[in-house]
Ligand binder design. Sequence first.
Ligand code: HEM
Length: 115
Amino acid sequence: MIQARDEDGQGLSQEELKDNVLLMLFAGHETLTSAITSFCLLTAQHPEITARLRQEQQQWDTDSPLTLEGLREMTYLEQVLTEVMRLIPPVGGVFRSVLETCEFGGFGDDKVLQI
Ligand code: HEM
């Protein structure tokens, strides 16, 4: 962050650096703490899910370092984590608001994106 420069070669001011460090601490700490706590609570309440999670984890040798490849293969764990965050969202809402109308991929403020 100290070294970052925008397209005009400008770096972050002392105040902006402090704000960003605080943001990273808050965004990276509170969210994960909440998600992991909810994961512990819900898996304790659902032993059959915990058993299936353990079964999936037994595929990997715990003495070997965790790899990104291995993480990607933990599909059941990912499903459970996603469901935990659906049931108990770590972030209850966001505080952003639209400042001006815009268009993205052919969609503007007068069209609704159909998924
Ligand atoms: C389960 C974990 C996490 C959840 C549920 C989560 C959720 C979110 C959400 C909903 C936003 C959007 C807020 C908004 O639109 O105003 C956000 C933004 C952000 N998150 Fe996370 N987050 C998680 C983990 C982390 C971690 C680990 C980090 C950093 C180490 C992080 C850094 C950030 C940052 C920097 C932003 C702002 C991005 C921007 O300015 O556009 N988050 N997060």
